[in-house]
Ligand binder design. Structure first.
Ligand SMILES: [Zn+2]
Length: 97
């Protein structure tokens, strides 16, 4: 069962999570939630890619507006329509060579 409040709570920690700056217990909490919550998985995926991108450019990770945008991406209204099979597939690591 997906708990919006848990999502909101975790979203506040995600930038630290992808940055590897979060305490172990919180990481486990997030990972546990991610196992059940596709929406948050997408956010983490997006966020970690964003952070990686900023790192390769030598900039500081995750400026505020990126985080803000992620909150919009994760429009909480979507949680009520989770039954809809509009799964966002991530095609990666295929045919790279
Ligand atoms: Zn969630």
């Amino acid at each position: 069962m997906i708990d919006k409040h848990e999502c909101q709570h975790l979203l506040g920690q995600l930038s630290d999570y992808v940055d590897g700056e979060l305490e172990q217990t919180l990481c486990e909490e997030i990972e546990c939630h991610l196992a059940d919550c596709q929406n948050c998985r997408i956010v983490v995926d997006t966020l970690s890619k964003t952070v990686a991108l900023y790192r390769t450019q030598g900039q500081s990770p995750v400026p505020g507006d990126v985080e803000e945008r992620l909150y919009k991406v994760l429009n909480l209204e979507r949680f009520t329509t989770l039954d809809a099979p509009s799964r966002q597939s991530h095609v990666q690591d295929f045919g790279e060579q």
